[in-house]
Design a protein around this ligand. Sequence first.
Ligand code: SF4
Ligand code: SF4
Length: 353
Amino acid sequence: MNLTLHLTENCNMDCSYCIREKCPKDMTEEVLFKACDLAFSRGQSAGLCFFGGEPLLKKDLIYKALDYCEAKSQQTGKRFSCKMTTNGTLLEEEFLERAVKADMGIGLSFDGKAQDVCRFYAGGGTTSSVVEKKAKLLLKYMPNATALATIAPQAVPYYAESVRYLHDLGFSKVSFVIAYGNRVNWTDDDLEALRGQLEMTASYLKELFIRKEHFFMSAINAKIRDCISGKNPAERCHLGVRQMPVTPDGDLYPCTSFIGDKNYLLGNVFEGINDKKVTEIARKASTPETCVNCDLVKRCTNSCGCSNRMNTGDENKVSPLQCTYERMLIEISDALGEELYQIDPERFAREFS
Ligand code: SF4
Ligand code: SF4
């Protein structure tokens, strides 16, 4: 099974949109090893995602988990995979060498040209020059690493420029999401500006397609791919069935935004998973009532319980912000998809199916 390990609640950064309460609380080795055992206890493979706060503050725990799980994989014959999301400031060669050996997938949280608008060190200070250097280092070891950008309203003017910048740095995969939660406030003007930036981004993606350069920009490319393959993006949210977070104390929850709400506690690494509760919570992941009759219901992330909860306090209620954003994204992605298909149908089919 797949677990997301919150190795620490601490972070060396303080991003303006961050919804996590930072405190110096770290996972103990005892919880770590129990979590590894749990990951191997179900299914044919074990997957760990190292997460935080900032997981590289607890590099020692990552090394221990890798050694332990690799040995366990040999003993059990079960496949082990791992990934990590990091702000990148603490990346260094020694760690990357070990990560490459473990075939770790790394997602670098990096807002590109908007980095210094929203992402600061705890205690102040900009981070763009350090993270740019670390991004180059990461790409030297892992050319397929992903850059993960979170766009808050004040970062919107830098959106398209950031996509271009991250591509120029060498990323072949970038993921752009908009910031949700109570630390951001989107206005209609911000959303209109976002539309303009998404259109500029679509033009850039078209330019790359014509130049035959492979570049995957989620959100837009993912919308085109899901449309072609008939995948419903909302089905990726399974409220804990596929990827369960583990807190530093060893508690298990359906998704990061539910952490701390005892009504959603699914067990802990010492006593195991409460399967009845998992089934009960998974059943709650349904199409929101307001979306049932919408033409876009199968194209939209309306059932992402995590973001719905962050925005509306209810996992089955979509916020007007998300609805507007999804409509905008689908419209722009469809227009781009149509253009790319006209340019080169064969290449289009190869890239998106
Ligand atoms: S790096 Fe991540 S955990 Fe740390 S403050 Fe920024 S968003 Fe929050
Ligand atoms: S576009 Fe809006 S109404 Fe339609 S499915 Fe998405 S969130 Fe629901």
